[in-house]
Design a protein around this ligand. Structure first.
Ligand code: 2E4
Ligand code: SF4
Length: 338
């Protein structure tokens, strides 16, 4: 007997880093190795402070816009974040004579291509997504102004006025709620039966798999914690999925130190997962914090195995990651196996 209350942690798999995040972080680490510090990164490479601060410690400098890069560092590379950029950004980089490396996730680039394809075929594009999110800004910025409209909700779908209702195509942000998006698409299709879907699903495999795993694990949990940042779209969607799938409560948490133990109270079953930008080491840290207060049994709740892996940019393929880098960029699952 430990004297501590018993707690079962239902740990979801897949969770945490996806192939796009892993690739984006590798690009920054490899660029630092190949070109030396500083390496500039436009926007948080992925939405996670721990990752950003880890890369800052290695010599990365994060900026929001290219004009923040000092003239004397113009020959150092600048990396575009995993969320993608409007076409104006590489054009601006070229105009400023900057050397850039694009860490846009290949699955975001695929959505860009689908949006451009609708446009080439004469369709007005409806982008389903969240206003102000960098991925939405990037996808809208693939197309000329006035040829794309943002639809955030079923209400937006219900009141959208089309100039040419028979010539519409949609794409979505990659990290949306699968269920909410189905509702928005149904509302649009009811009004615009000719609405063309993209050739491939825009919501990515990682988003879908993480939501499915949380949905399966949520029923019967007293509390569900999702490791992730408040600006991380995919992580916030996991909190909503947990709540809707039957968790008594669900919260986003960035670090163990943030947990309000009074609010946790007397839990017997805790659900735990992590957004695509949240490192496994923080999952382990949170389990440790629970072990200090509870007699913990970890139960793996795995729905599917993931094997995706994306190659880094051609320019970086001659540079190798060492063991120390691997622990940061491509760390093994610390708890359980995949
Ligand atoms: C690019 C696309 O988009 P979100 O806010 O979820 O980004 P985050 O950085 O949290 O996750 C990685 C990512 C990047 C997801 N999709
Ligand atoms: Fe790419 Fe999906 Fe990961 Fe986003 S969540 S970086 S789209 S794999």
């Amino acid at each position: 007997m430990t004297g501590k209350p018993a707690l079962t942690i239902r740990l979801c798999g897949p969770r945490g880093f996806c192939a796009g995040v892993d690739r984006a972080i590798q690009i920054v680490v490899l660029a630092l190795k190949k070109y030396g510090a500083p390496v500039y990164v436009r926007h948080e490479i992925v939405h996670n402070r721990y990752v950003v601060e880890g890369l800052e410690a290695k010599g990365a400098i994060f900026v929001e816009e290219l004009d923040e890069i000092p003239t004397e560092h113009r020959d150092q590379p600048v990396i575009f974040s995993a969320h993608g950029v409007p076409k104006s950004v590489p054009a601006d980089a070229e105009a400023r004579n900057l050397f850039y490396l694009d860490a846009t996730c290949p699955l975001v680039s695929k959505v860009h291509k689908q949006a451009m394809r609708h446009n080439r075929q004469g369709r007005h594009v409806l982008l389903i997504g969240h206003a102000g999110h960098p991925e939405v800004i990037g996808t809208m910025g693939q197309l000329p102004a006035g040829t794309v409209s943002l639809i955030e909700t079923v209400e937006d779908a219900d009141r959208y006025e089309a100039d040419d209702p028979d010539n519409l195509g949609f794409v979505t942000q990659t990290t949306l709620s699968v269920d909410d998006t189905a509702g928005v698409i149904a509302a649009l299709t009811a009004r615009f039966p000719q609405l063309k879907a993209p050739a491939a699903e825009s919501i990515c495999y990682a988003t879908t798999n993480r939501q499915d795993a949380v949905k399966a694990a949520a029923p019967g949990t007293d509390l569900f914690l999702i490791v992730g940042a408040p600006n991380s779209s995919n992580s916030k969607r996991l909190v909503e999925v947990a709540e809707r799938a039957g968790a008594t409560a669900a919260l986003l948490v960035q670090r163990a130190a943030e947990i309000d133990w009074n609010a946790v109270g007397e839990v017997a079953v805790l659900g735990l997962s992590a957004g695509a930008s949240a490192p496994e080491t923080i999952v382990a840290e949170i389990i440790e914090a629970f072990r200090e207060r509870f007699d913990v049994t970890v139960e793996l709740a795995e729905t599917v195995e993931e094997n995706e892996n994306f190659l880094v940019n051609r320019e970086l393929r001659d540079t190798a990651l060492t063991g120390e880098d691997m622990a940061f960029v491509n760390g093994p699952m610390l708890v359980g196996t995949h």
